[in-house]
Write a protein that binds this ligand. Structure first.
Ligand SMILES: NC(=O)c1ccc[n+]([C@@H]2O[C@H](COP(=O)([O-])OP(=O)(O)OC[C@H]3O[C@@H](n4cnc5c(N)ncnc54)[C@H](O)[C@@H]3O)[C@@H](O)[C@H]2O)c1
Length: 259
């Protein structure tokens, strides 16, 4: 799947990994619909110029995500383009920290747990199902390819830390959905890949105190620093353009194993 002249939907595009991916796709000649809950998405799209559109929306809402997919289909078909939506890079998500028991032994809040699962896991399924339906109508390209979906898990899916029961479970769910989705969508020529980032320098990480960032960086085998959002975007570009990447979870983490 080439970037040039194709239309991509990017969720969580106001910030961090999603924003960097939108920039890289536009630099490669692609068109993008930037979707986010935050109104910062509009300013970001304005910087990207004519190739970018925005849809404000919540990834857990069927109506909001249908509107985002419809906008990406229309963007792909403008100027007589044959394909509608060619790719989704799903980056919207939230981080949460809560122990099973607080320091007085009280159990964790169930609604907070469910909210993390709803946004990170159910939101991913919501975007994936609507995007797949739209992609299945694309004319087949080389090898019969119609589209590519990239979801974002986390290394916390595999080595979650204390306090990450909700976040780790949500991301393990994202990682687990990738293979069955790729198998099912293969008959439509749609690939599904998952990126599991380590620790990246984004606003999501900005609340972490400096000494904790230094300790995290020191625990990364190489390079001893947080990942840069464009390094995620470079992997997303490689996944889009390399048709043999399918049904796999790629850790992008400098070799870190969280303790
Ligand atoms: N930054 C890291 O170190 C890191 C590590 C592993 C995984 N991740 C994952 O990568 C993804 C992107 O993270 P980031 O670091 O760019 O974070 P970020 O906070 O910079 O960006 C996340 C974006 O998602 C949006 N968002 C949140 N809930 C939403 C909802 N319900 N509907 C629509 N948009 C919503 C936010 O408004 C925000 O713009 C997340 O899924 C995160 O869990 C990040």
């Amino acid at each position: 799947m080439q970037l040039k002249d194709n239309s991509f939907l990017i969720t969580g595009a106001a910030s961090g990994l999603g924003a960097a991916t939108a920039e890289r796709i536009v630099a490669g000649g692609g068109r993008v619909v930037l979707c986010d809950l935050s109104d910062a998405v509009e300013a970001h799209a304005a910087q990207l110029g004519e190739a970018a559109r925005t849809v404000r929306g919540d990834v857990t809402s069927a109506a909001d995500m249908q509107a985002a997919v419809d906008a990406a289909v229309a963007l792909g078909q403008q100027n007589g383009g044959q394909a509608g939506l060619s790719g989704v890079i799903h980056c919207a998500g939230v981080v949460s920290v809560a122990k099973l028991l607080d320091r007085d032994g009280n159990p964790a809040n169930l609604d907070a747990y469910a909210r993390t699962i709803q946004i990170n896991l159910v939101g991913t399924f919501n975007v994936m199902r609507l995007a797949a339906a739209a992609m299945s109508h694309n004319p087949p390209g080389e090898d019969g390819e119609r589209g590519v979906i990239i979801n974002t898990a986390s290394v916390a899916a595999f080595d979650g830390q204390v306090g990450q029961c909700a976040y780790s479970a949500s991301k393990a769910g994202v990682a687990g959905m990738g293979l069955p989705a790729a198998r099912e969508l293969s008959r439509h020529g749609v690939r599904v890949m998952t990126i599991a980032p380590g620790v990246f320098e984004t606003p999501m990480m900005s609340d972490i105190p400096e000494d904790a960032v230094a300790a995290l960086s020191a625990s990364i085998p190489f390079p001893k620093r947080l990942g840069k959002p464009d390094e995620y975007a470079r992997l997303a570009e490689q996944i889009v353009t390399n048709p043999m990447l399918n049904g796999e979870v790629i850790r992008l983490d400098g070799g870190i194993r969280m303790q």
